[in-house]
Design a protein around this ligand. Structure first.
Ligand SMILES: *Cc1c(COP(=O)(O)O)cnc(C)c1O
Length: 379
C-alpha cells in the first residue's frame, strides 16, 4: 500500500525562480523588494494596518511581548492547549502565564473563562486560533477594552480565515487584536521553510515595531531617507528574514487561493466521509462566527487508548497520523511552576485529539482510504 505521510510541503514551482531573482538583484539581506511585496500583499488582502516579515511566528510573538512592554510581575492569559511558543515569548520577558481551559467541544480558549483569571497584574490575552478556527473575538475584545488589556492573536495556523462579529462585519483573523503573529513554517498552509509575520493593527505600535525588528535601531527610517544617520535607540533583535526567504514566500502567496481551495476541498472530503460516525469521532465543530481554512483535520477520540489503537491501525496500513499538544500546564518545564486548578478540556484534547494527513498533494482516494480504515474500527 502506498505510504500516506502526515505532511508534505507544497512547492508552486516559482520559488527557485524568485530566489534566483533575489540573488541576481545583489541584495539578499532583509527588507528588500520581496519582503516589501509580501508585506504589502498581506496588508491589502486582509486589512492589517502594517506587516513585518519575521524569521518565525515564535519571533513575531517575541516582538509582540516586547511591544506590549511585558515585564517581570506581569500576567498574560493564554490557553494551555497550544504550542510552546505562545507561552515562551511572554515567559522570556519575565511574565507569569495564566493558563485558561479550552471549550468542551472546541480546542480554542473558553472566552467565558477568561474574566475570572484577570487580576490587576494582567497585561494581555493571547487568542490562539486553533486549526485556523476563530476564537470568540467579540467577547475577548470587549474584556480587553473593559480591563485595559492588549489582545495578541496567535494566528500561526490562521492565514486566510475569518471571524464574523455580532455586528455582522467579517474580518480576517490577525486583523482584530492589537497585534497578531503568523507562521510560514513548512507544516502550515503557506510556507517558506521557517518564517513568520507580525501584523500590527494599533497605531501606537507602528513606529516601535520597526525599531525592535531592526535590532533596536532606526534603520528602516534611514532606508526611507527620513533621517540621515541611524543609531541604537531601543531594545530589539534581528527579527527580519533574508530576501531569499521572502522570495520563496512570494511564490507561495501568488498561489494562495489555489492552495486554500485545495486544502478546503480535502478537509470537506474528510468531513463528508466521516460525518456518519461523528458520535464516536467528534469531528471539528465550527462556531457560526468562524470560517474553516483547511489547516488541520482532526478527530477527538473518546479516550487515549482508542487514540493509540487507531494510530497503530493506521500505521499498519502505512498511514501516518499524529497528535499534539501536551497541555502546557502539564509540561515538564511548567508543571512544577503551575499552581492553578485542573484544566479538564485542555487535557482531554491533549489525550484524545488526532490529526489526520493533510497536505496539498493528498488525493481524494487517499482520503477515502484513510477514512475507510477509521470507519472499520467503528463497525
Ligand atoms: C506553528 C505554531 C507556532 C510556531 O510557529 P513557528 O513559525 O514555527 O515559530 C506558534 N503557535 C502556534 C499555535 C503554531 O501552530
Amino acid at each position: 500500500m502506498k505510504h500516506i505521510g502526515f505532511n508534505k510541503p507544497f512547492f508552486t514551482g516559482k520559488e527557485t525562480q524568485y530566489i534566483y531573482e533575489a540573488v541576481q538583484s545583489g541584495k539578499i539581506s532583509g527588507n528588500g523588494m520581496f519582503t516589501q511585496r509580501c508585506q504589502i500583499f498581506f496588508e491589502n488582502r486582509y486589512g492589517f494596518k502594517k506587516c513585518l516579515l519575521t524569521t518565525s511566528c515564535t519571533d513575531a510573538l517575541e516582538m509582540s511581548a516586547m511591544l506590549a512592554g511585558i515585564r517581570p510581575g506581569d500576567e498574560v492569559i493564554i490557553p494551555s492547549f497550544t504550542f510552546v511558543s505562545t507561552a515562551l515569548a511572554f515567559v522570556r520577558q519575565g511574565a507569569s502565564v495564566i493558563f485558561a481551559d479550552s471549550y468542551t467541544d472546541n480546542p480554542n480558549i473558553d472566552a467565558g473563562a477568561i474574566e475570572f483569571l484577570i487580576t490587576n497584574r494582567t497585561k494581555a490575552i493571547v487568542a490562539v486560533h486553533y486549526a485556523g478556527v476563530a476564537c470568540d473575538m467579540d467577547v475577548i475584545m470587549k474584556l480587553a477594552d473593559q480591563y485595559g488589556l492588549l489582545v495578541i492573536e496567535d494566528a500561526a495556523q490562521a492565514i486566510d480565515s475569518f471571524y464574523t462579529g455580532a455586528n455582522g462585519v467579517t474580518r480576517a483573523l490577525g486583523s482584530i487584536g492589537h497585534l497578531a503573529a503568523f507562521s510560514f513554517h513548512e507544516t502550515k498552509n503557506i510556507i517558506s521553510g521557517e518564517g513568520g509575520m507580525l501584523a500590527i493593527n494599533d497605531d501606537r505600535f507602528l513606529e516601535r515595531a520597526e525599531i525592535i525588528w531592526e535590532k533596536g535601531t532606526n534603520r528602516s527610517q534611514f532606508f526611507r531617507g527620513e533621517i540621515n544617520k541611524y543609531s541604537w535607540i531601543d531594545i530589539g533583535s534581528s527579527f527580519l528574514p533574508s530576501e531569499i526567504t521572502a522570495a520563496f514566500l512570494y511564490a507561495q502567496i501568488e498561489n494562495l487561493d489555489f492552495i486554500q481551495d485545495r486544502r478546503k476541498h480535502l478537509w470537506n472530503r474528510y468531513y463528508e466521509n466521516l460525518i456518519r460516525y461523528s458520535e464516536n469521532l467528534n469531528l471539528p465543530i465550527l462556531p457560526d462566527y468562524a470560517t474553516n481554512n483547511g489547516h488541520i483535520f482532526y478527530l477527538v477520540l473518546n479516550d487515549s487508548e482508542s487514540r493509540t489503537k487507531l494510530i497503530n491501525k493506521l500505521r499498519d496500513d502505512n498511514v501516518d497520523a499524529v497528535f499534539h499538544y501536551i497541555s502546557l500546564h502539564s509540561s515538564t518545564y511548567y508543571a512544577p511552576r503551575y499552581f492553578g486548578g485542573p484544566l479538564l478540556n485542555s487535557d482531554k484534547f491533549s489525550n484524545c485529539l488526532l490529526r489526520l494527513p493533510m497536505y496539498f498533494e493528498l488525493e481524494d482516494d487517499d482520503i477515502k482510504r484513510v477514512c475507510s480504515i477509521i470507519i472499520s474500527t467503528h463497525e
